[in-house]
Design a binder for this molecule. Sequence first.
Ligand SMILES: NC(=O)c1ccc[n+]([C@@H]2O[C@H](COP(=O)([O-])OP(=O)(O)OC[C@H]3O[C@@H](n4cnc5c(N)ncnc54)[C@H](O)[C@@H]3O)[C@@H](O)[C@H]2O)c1
Ligand SMILES: O=c1ccn([C@@H]2O[C@H](COP(=O)(O)OP(=O)(O)O[C@H]3O[C@H](CO)[C@@H](O)[C@H](O)[C@H]3O)[C@@H](O)[C@H]2O)c(=O)[nH]1
Length: 440
Amino acid sequence: MKVTVVGTGYVGLVTGACLAQVGNQVLCVDVDADKVARLQTGDVPIHEPDLPAMVQEGIAGGRLRFTTEVAEGITHGDFLFIAVGTPPDEDGSADLRHVLAVAGDIGRHLQRPVTVINKSTVPVGTAQKVRARIAAVLQDRAADIVFDVVSNPEFLKEGAAVADFMKPDRIIIGVDNVAAAERMRVLYAPFNRNHDRLIIMDPPSAELTKYAANVMLATKISLMNELAGLAERMGADIEQVRRGIGADPRIGYAFIYPGCGYGGSCFPKDVRALEYSARQYDFDAPLLAAVEKVNDRQKGLLEQKVVRALGEDLTGKTIAVWGLAFKPNTDDMREAPSRVLMEALWRRGAQVQAYDPVAMEEARRIYGGEPALRLCSDPYMACEGAEALVICTEWQQFRSPDFVRMRSLLRQPLIVDGRNIYDPAVVRAEGFAYHAIGRP
Ligand SMILES: NC(=O)c1ccc[n+]([C@@H]2O[C@H](COP(=O)([O-])OP(=O)(O)OC[C@H]3O[C@@H](n4cnc5c(N)ncnc54)[C@H](O)[C@@H]3O)[C@@H](O)[C@H]2O)c1
Ligand SMILES: O=c1ccn([C@@H]2O[C@H](COP(=O)(O)OP(=O)(O)O[C@H]3O[C@H](CO)[C@@H](O)[C@H](O)[C@H]3O)[C@@H](O)[C@H]2O)c(=O)[nH]1
């Protein structure tokens, strides 16, 4: 099948590469000429396991191509995916500018009947807006071309994006006619072999399903973080509590890890966007506001723990930070807790020595000119002469460190663990003061 994917970010690139992998002819379109130039040579600009090999295989097999030519893109595909960003506007609402710009492009260049599929995370009613924009532009051209608009939100996680796309838990198809649903079933058949993963519904329900999933997960995390704060005060250990409640299958072990707050390009923005939508409908949604409030507070916790140990004025002091990405296996630092911590430390006059296995280039891009940041090529180098080590991301390589070496490099044997990756008894036996999240 001929597929066009507009937008080659985390979602678009993974969608394009995976659809090419199963044999489709895929053309990916992006307005970012540098990104397209890199992708044309098989150079994947993001860190995502398995993606470079898949992109290179697709290019070599002639099934995956990249262009900045939007007209070429729109005329190529029978399926046109919209996978552009929907960043938060100042008021928290999802900015639909890019999605509607693509709808306008489709209207301008469409030559034959197609299925337009929106993969971006968008508020309820957007499929309708996309349809209206395409129809209006077609009308201006006096072009009478039929098209469907399908809502097909994406649920991949960064760091596991290829695996999630290839073996999805579910494929949500929001559609208003049977023929379009059938076309989607055929397109997704390679990802739907053993169990039927397709859940077909109306477009508004599909659009809300995406937000509902993200706010449900964000709520689990914020609730655990709130309980962690209580545990800390009550002398209980949230890690023991986590195991105790996770054993109940109605609760489950997934997504109940307390920590220094959720980050990334999705949870923070999507909780805010749904809050905004609720206000638009004049509907009080106190739970959503609380989820966000708890998370904001949680992101300030690591700074508080450092201050409690070292004092308010950190002028001239150096703090080591392990982990800059918002979670392991990605170089994405959007809304990462590490950023909140580092910026707070800088305001208090501290120097930061940071290490991340893959996000160093991204850190350089964001904080390149920051004199109070030293990016270190090795985790132990980051500890050299620092008053404390703070862990922001639970990368595997941090889990079993050389504590003796760490202690010899740090000026003070102090670890603030934002991800609860160590056994407090073990770390303390190594001679460290250890402060984690919700643990005595
Ligand atoms: N990142 C994730 O893990 C994830 C997962 C599920 C859903 N989503 C949702 O998917 C959407 C895309 O997210 P992302 O992380 O892939 O975004 P991204 O910022 O990584 O990529 C978006 C891409 O779209 C391109 N673009 C913007 N306007 C364009 C236009 N008019 N024509 C062509 N290209 C254009 C940009 O240049 C960029 O390369 C968002 O709505 C997001 O909420 C993201
Ligand atoms: O028990 C947990 C699980 C996660 N997190 C944090 O939550 C954030 C988000 O993690 P994760 O969900 O794994 O990453 P994302 O790539 O942001 O994926 C989420 O957001 C995507 C974009 O909408 C969705 O497609 C995915 O289904 C959804 O999991 C990260 O900061 C994690 O550290 C916790 O603090 N505790």
